[in-house]
Design a protein around this ligand. Structure first.
Ligand code: ZN
Length: 178
């Protein structure tokens, strides 16, 4: 195994309750993520140049571990943890797409995924409005249907864009603008 892998497992085991890597690597969840535009952050494994800098939290003892990159998070044998990390990265990409005024399209931009839509809904990114009868789930379901649909109509796409611009984008800005 590489020195980086050694450094990673040592740092994680040091702050875990379990003493073997397989169990220890399942004790963690994503706590936070910030972006380092200068890419000067060094991962706990020793690798340089992190752009998305994660902090992970041990669910058993509350220990925090940072800075850590998604390449290391992938080595945790815990697909849920890695999915969470990927969603954070997707949210940052969405945030940038907005700040550079890219046209945000549910279908074409490659910015959205089913998991991201689900996460946004769970995080409360979709607001209750009079258009969804104060039930955000309806908008979530609509976005998901349109995401899965081969050829949504112009009208359906406009409704998606409205939900994205009015609810999701302001939420992403609040969440990531720290
Ligand atoms: Zn690393």
């Amino acid at each position: 195994m590489s020195i980086y892998y050694d450094n990673l497992t040592k740092a994680v085991l040091d702050k875990s309750d379990s003493k073997d890597w397989m169990s220890a690597s399942r004790e963690w969840e994503i706590f936070d993520c910030v972006e380092d535009n200068t890419r000067s952050t060094i991962c706990i494994c020793g690798k340089e140049g992190l752009r998305y800098v994660f902090t992970i939290k041990n669910m058993l003892n509350g220990n925090l571990l940072s800075p850590i990159g998604s390449t290391c998070i992938k080595k945790f044998n815990d697909s849920e943890l890695y999915d969470e990390a990927s969603i954070w990265e997707k949210e940052f990409k969405l945030y940038h797409a907005v700040s550079t005024n890219s046209f945000i399209n549910l279908k074409d931009s490659g910015l959205f995924s089913r998991k991201l839509l689900r996460k946004l809904y769970e995080e409360g990114a979709i607001k209750p409005t009079r258009y969804n009868n104060n039930d955000p789930y309806k908008d979530y379901q609509f976005l998901l249907d349109m995401f899965n649909k081969r050829n949504p109509s112009e009208r359906q796409l406009s409704k998606c864009t409205a939900i994205i611009l009015n609810s999701i984008i302001p939420f992403i800005k609040r969440k990531l603008k720290k």
